[in-house]
Design a protein around this ligand. Sequence first.
Ligand code: NG1
Ligand code: ZN
Length: 533
Amino acid sequence: SINYDQIKEAASYHPKPQNITYTYGTAGFRMRADLLDSVIFRVGILAVLRSKKLDSKTIGIMITASHNPEQDNGVKLVDPYGEMLEQSWENYATQLANAQTEDELVDVIKQIISSNNIDESKTANIVYARDTRPSGPALVSALVDGLKSLNAKIIDFGIKTTPQLHYVTRCYNVKGTEDDYGEPTEEGYYKKLSTAYRKTVEGKQRLTPINIDAANGVGAPKMRELNQYIGNEYLESILINDDYKTQGKLNYQCGADFVKTGQKLPTGSNIKPGDRAASFDGDADRIVYYYIDEENTFKLLDGDKIAGLAGGFIIDLVKTAGLEGIDVGVVQTAYANGSSTTYLEKVLNVPVSCVPTGVKHLHHEAEKYDIGVYFEANGHGTVLFSKKALKTIRSAEGQTAEQKEAIEKLRALTDLINQTVGDALSDLLLVETILTNRQWSLKQWDQAYTDLPNRLVKVIVENRHIFKTTDAERKLLEPVGLQEQINELVSKYKNGRSFVRPSGTEDVVRVYAEAATREECDELAYKVAGLVY
Ligand code: NG1
Ligand code: ZN
C-alpha cells in the first residue's frame, strides 16, 4: 500500500512554485514548460489513484501542448477506453497541483482516497508518451518520480502522437475481450490503419499526391512510418515542415492552427492550383485541408467540411448496405460555420447536435448515435461506432454485390477510424479514402456548400470568469444585459450570427461572428468585441 513518507520525500524534489494557481482545463494543464515540473509529478500521482480506483485498468498520460508555442508544454490524463479523464476528477487534478507543501499534498491524496473508497493495495498500471518538445524529457522524469513514489507499474511509450497514446491505452484495457481494439504497440496501430486503408481504396485510381505540413512536430516521422505500411502505390504523400529536430520550429508559422486561424498557407508551402494539401497540428490530433483555386485564392476545408464529407459518405454506405436500422448523426460546436449546419440538416438530412467547446462534450454527444460523427471547426474530430452499429456491420452479409461491397467498406472504416479521439493520421486516411472512392478533387469536395464569411477574435478582459454562457455557449447569461445588446447588433446583419464565450485554454474571451459578406462579418465581430471590452 501507499508509503506517505516516500511520497513526501519524492515531492520535495518537485516543489510547487509560490504564487501560482494551476487549473486542469479542457486540454489538461497547459502553460510555459518551466512552470510544469511540480504539476507533472502530481499528475503522475493522480493517474496512479485513478488506476487503483478503476481496478488496475491502464491509465494513459500524454505530455504535449499541441499547437501551442514550443516553449509551452502540458499534460493530460486518458481514461481506460481512450477518452478524456472523467470530468469529476478534473477537480482532483487541480487540488493536487495547487497543494503548496508536501503535507498539504498528502492531505489531498488522503481525501481523494477516502472520498472514492480507493483500495490502496491495488496495482496501478500507467502508460505515458510525449511529443517532440525539448522540455519533454525533463518533464517525463518528473512524471516518473511521481509514479514511482506510489510504486506504479509503468510503460514508457516514447515519443508519440496524442492519438497514438489514446489508441494504446484502449488496446491495453480491452485486449482479448470482445471489444479488442488491436495490438497495444505502435506497429499494431500502423498495421490496423494501413490494412483498413488498402481495403477501402483497392481497385480505385490513386489520387494525386497529398502535400502534408506536419507543423515540424511528431506527425512528421509518424506519417512517414505509416506511409511505409500503406505503400506508395496506395497513397502518395509529400511532407513539408517535417523538421521536428531543430529547436524553434515546432508550430512556428505552420500547422493546422496557423492555417485555420490565419486562413492562409503555412510557411514552406508552394502549392499551385490543382494541388492537394493538408496541415497537422503539433501533436497530430487535428487536420485541415486546403487548396488554391484558379484565381489563386486560398480555400480552406476545415473540420466542418470534413464532417460533411464523412457524414455524406457514411450515410450513403449505410443506405447502400441496406442497414436502415442504423442512425447517423453529426455533432458540432457553436464555432461550426452556419452553412455547414444548413448543409448537414437540409441536404444530408442528418440530425445535428450542438454542444459546448471541448472534445469530451462532442465525444459524449456522438456516443448517443449509432454512428456519431463529431468535428470541431478547427479540425479535431472523429467518428464513433456504437456497439450496436459494430455488431450490425460485422454480422451483416448483404444480398447483392453492391450491398456486400458497402458492408465491406463500412467494416474497414471501423478499423481505419481512430475512435478514441481525433487523429490527424487516421482522419487523413478517412478523407483520402472518401475522395478516392468518389474520385473527387478538393474543389469538388468544397462545392458541397460555401462557408459564410466568419471571424474569430480574442478580447483580453480583466476577468473572463464573469462571462457565463448557456445554450451550448451560444448565449450569455452574464454579464446581465450584454446578450440583448449582441442580439440587437446581430439583427442588423444578413445571415448574422455572433456569440461570446470565455476561453477554456487561454486567458481571453473569444468573439465569433459570421455574416453574408466579409465586410459585414468583420464589422459585426469588431462591434461585438467592442461591447465585451
Ligand atoms: P478554447 O480556448 O476554450 O476556445 C480551444 C479551441 C477548442 C479546443 C480547445 C482544446 C477554438 C475556438 N477553441 O478552446 O476548439 O480545441 O482549445 O485544445 O478553436
Ligand atoms: Zn493537438
